[in-house]
Design a protein around this ligand. Structure first.
Ligand SMILES: Nc1ncnc2c1ncn2[C@@H]1O[C@H](COP(=O)(O)OP(=O)(O)O)[C@@H](O)[C@H]1O
Ligand SMILES: [Mg+2]
Length: 494
C-alpha cells in the first residue's frame, strides 16, 4: 500500500492523546509499513505503520510510534472521530482510520488471539500472536470499544472479557509490561489482571512487541479516583474526625500495601534478586545527592531541608547492603484498580522515557513503596488546593488543610504497616531490621515495624522522589511546588 506522507501523520499525531511530543517542535521523518492485512470477510484492510519522530528542540532525540490504520474505499461515518486522512493508491483513494477506534479492525487482533488459543501462537501477515495458558476463552462475537481516560498507550476492551493495550511509543526488545505480567500470571498472582497474550512483529531482525491482551476487570475503579473521592468526602465535613468519616482511606491503603507486598514477593521468586554491597548503597546515595544539588540551584525553597536530607543520604551511603529485585518502577495510585475482589496493580511498563534494558534492571522495592506514599500525598493536597482558592475569606481553610494532612498521614501509615507486615509473613522473616531505633510518631512513614535500614531507605526514596517532583512542578505547575516541598520538610524533620 502507498504510505501516508509525513504531513498527514504530523497533523494526526498532535490530535492524539498518547503522542508524547505535543508542544515540542518535531517532524515525522520516516513512515514505514511493518504489517499489512488485506481487507477480507467484512474486515477492513489493516496496515501497521512505524513512525519515526525527530525533535528539534535542545533535548533533541527521536522516538518510534506504532500507528495501525484501517483502510476503506468509502467514508465510514460511524468512525468519523477516528479519521486520519485519505491516500491515493493503485486501487484508488483509501480512507484511513485509527484502528483502535474501529471495531471492525479490532476483530483482526481478536481473530489472531483466538487462532492462537490451542497451540499458543498464530500469525496474520507479520503479526505474531502469542497466548498464555488459562483465562476465559475468547470468541469472535466479542465487540471492542476504546477505553477513554488519560493514557500513554491505547487500550480497547472486548466487552467484559478482555482488554487489549496497544503500545504507542515502541522500541525493540522485551516489553517489561508483558514480561512481568506473564510471570505474575504464571505465578498465580491475585493482584494483577491476568495476561492472556501478546502480539509481536519482527522488524529488521529485531523483536517489536506491539500489543498485550489481559483479563478485563469489569468492576474496577481507578485507585486515584477512589482516593480523591475519599478526600472530597472528608473535606466536605471537616469537623468530623478522619477515623469517623466516610472519607477515611486507612483500610483501603492497608489492603493496597498488602497487595504490593504480595506482588513484590512473587517478583522476587520469579526474577533474579540479589543483595548488593556497600558500593551500591554509595552509588544510590550519590545519585540522590546529585539530584538534590541540581534542584537546589533553581529552588531556594529547598534550602531549609537540605542539611537534614544530606544526612539522610549519608545514612544511605553508610548502609552495607541493598536488596534488589524486579519492581514496578512507576507506581502511583493511577496504576492501581480497586475491584470487588480487592486491589489490582496494572501497567508494569516501568518509568516511561527510560530504555527497556534499564527498566528491567533490578531495583529496591522501597522505590515502589515511596511512589505510593507520594501519591497519597498528592491525592490529598490536590483536593485541598482545589478548595483553597478562596483561602483569604474562607474560615474553613485551616481545618481542611489539617484534615487533608491527616488523611494522607493515615493512608501512608496504614499502607506501610500493612506492606511491612505482609512482606514479613511472605518471606517467613522479619522485613524490618533488628537493632534500628524505632521512629517517633507523626512523621512521614511512622510505623512500629519499620526500623533501621528499611526506614532509612524508604525515607530516602520518598525524599528523592519529592525532589524530582519539585523540579517537575517548578517547570510545569509552579503553584503546586508546595506539595513536594512540604513533604521534604516532613522527611527532613523526622
Ligand atoms: N485489566 C483492566 N481492566 C479494566 N481496566 C483496565 C485494565 N487495565 C487497565 N485498565 C484501565 O486503563 C487505564 C490505563 O491502563 P494502563 O495499563 O495504566 O495503560 P497506560 O500504559 O496507557 O497508562 C487504567 O488506569 C485503567 O483505568
Ligand atoms: Mg498507566
Amino acid at each position: 500500500m502507498t504510505t501516508p506522507d509525513a504531513a498527514l501523520l504530523e497533523s494526526y499525531l498532535v490530535r492524539t492523546r498518547w503522542f508524547g511530543g505535543k508542544g515540542r517542535p518535531f517532524e515525522v521523518d520516516h513512515v514505514r509499513s511493518i504489517a499489512e492485512v488485506p481487507a477480507h470477510q467484512g474486515r477492513p484492510s489493516l496496515t501497521v505503520y512505524l513512525v519515526t519522530v525527530t525533535y528539534s528542540d535542545e533535548d533533541a532525540g527521536s522516538e518510534l510510534y506504532q500507528v495501525p490504520l484501517s483502510g476503506y474505499d468509502d467514508i465510514e461515518e460511524r468512525i468519523s472521530h477516528a479519521y486520519v486522512g485519505a491516500i491515493d493508491t493503485d486501487g484508488g483513494l483509501v480512507h484511513l482510520y485509527d484502528a483502535v477506534h474501529d471495531r471492525e479492525a479490532m476483530r483482526i487482533w481478536l481473530d489472531g488471539f483466538i487462532a492462537a488459543e490451542t497451540t499458543g501462537t498464530s500469525q496474520i501477515d507479520r503479526l505474531r500472536f502469542r497466548r498464555v495458558p488459562g483465562g476465559d476463552p475468547l470468541d469472535d462475537t466479542l465487540v471492542s470499544s476504546p477505553m477513554t481516560g488519560e493514557q500513554s498507550n491505547s487500550s480497547a476492551r472486548f466487552d467484559d472479557t478482555a482488554i487489549m493495550k496497544l503500545f504507542r511509543k515502541v522500541s525493540p526488545g522485551i516489553n517489561p509490561d508483558i514480561e512481568i505480567h506473564e510471570e505474575l500470571t504464571r505465578g498465580g498472582s491475585e493482584h494483577i489482571a491476568q495476561l492472556y497474550g501478546w502480539v509481536e512483529i519482527d522488524v529488521d531482525g529485531e523483536l517489536l512487541q506491539t500489543a498485550m491482551l489481559q483479563e478485563f476487570l469489569a468492576t474496577a475503579t481507578d485507585g486515584f479516583e477512589l482516593a480523591v473521592a475519599s478526600v472530597r468526602t472528608l473535606l466536605a465535613d471537616p469537623e468530623q474526625n478522619v477515623e469517623d468519616s466516610g472519607g477515611d482511606f486507612a483500610g483501603e491503603a492497608a489492603r493496597l500495601g498488602e497487595a504490593l507486598a504480595n506482588i513484590h514477593a512473587l517478583m522476587r521468586s520469579r526474577f533474579p534478586a540479589e543483595s548488593r554491597g556497600a558500593e551500591t548503597t554509595a552509588e544510590l546515595a550519590s545519585t540522590m545527592r546529585d539530584r538534590l544539588d541540581y534542584a537546589r540551584r533553581s529552588v531556594p525553597g529547598l534550602e531549609p531541608s537540605v542539611p537534614q536530607l544530606q544526612r539522610l543520604y549519608d545514612a544511605v551511603a553508610a548502609l552495607d547492603e541493598l536488596d534488589i529485585q524486579r519492581v514496578h518502577g512507576d507506581l502511583h495510585l493511577g496504576q492501581t484498580l480497586r475491584t470487588s475482589h480487592g486491589w489490582r496493580i496494572v501497567d508494569f511498563e516501568g518509568e516511561p522515557g527510560r530504555p527497556f534494558a534499564q527498566r528491567s534492571l533490578p531495583d529496591s522495592p522501597w522505590r515502589d513503596v515511596a511512589g505510593m506514599l507520594r501519591s497519597f500525598d498528592y491525592a490529598a493536597a490536590m483536593i485541598e488546593m482545589s478548595w483553597a482558592t478562596d483561602a483569604e475569606v474562607d474560615e474553613g481553610h485551616a481545618l481542611r488543610a489539617e484534615r487533608a494532612r491527616e488523611w494522607s498521614a493515615r493512608a501512608r501509615e496504614h499502607f506501610v504497616d500493612a506492606y511491612v507486615t505482609a512482606a514479613a509473613s511472605d518471606d517467613g522473616e522479619a522485613a524490618s531490621d533488628a537493632g534500628g531505633a524505632s521512629s517517633d510518631a507523626g512523621d512521614d512513614t511512622a510505623s512500629a515495624q519499620l526500623t533501621g535500614a528499611s526506614r532509612v531507605l524508604l525515607d530516602a526514596y520518598v525524599a528523592d522522589k519529592a525532589v524530582y517532583e519539585v523540579m517537575y512542578e517548578i517547570r510545569n505547575r509552579p503553584t503546586w511546588v508546595s506539595i513536594p516541598l512540604e513533604a521534604l520538610e516532613r522527611v527532613a524533620n523526622t
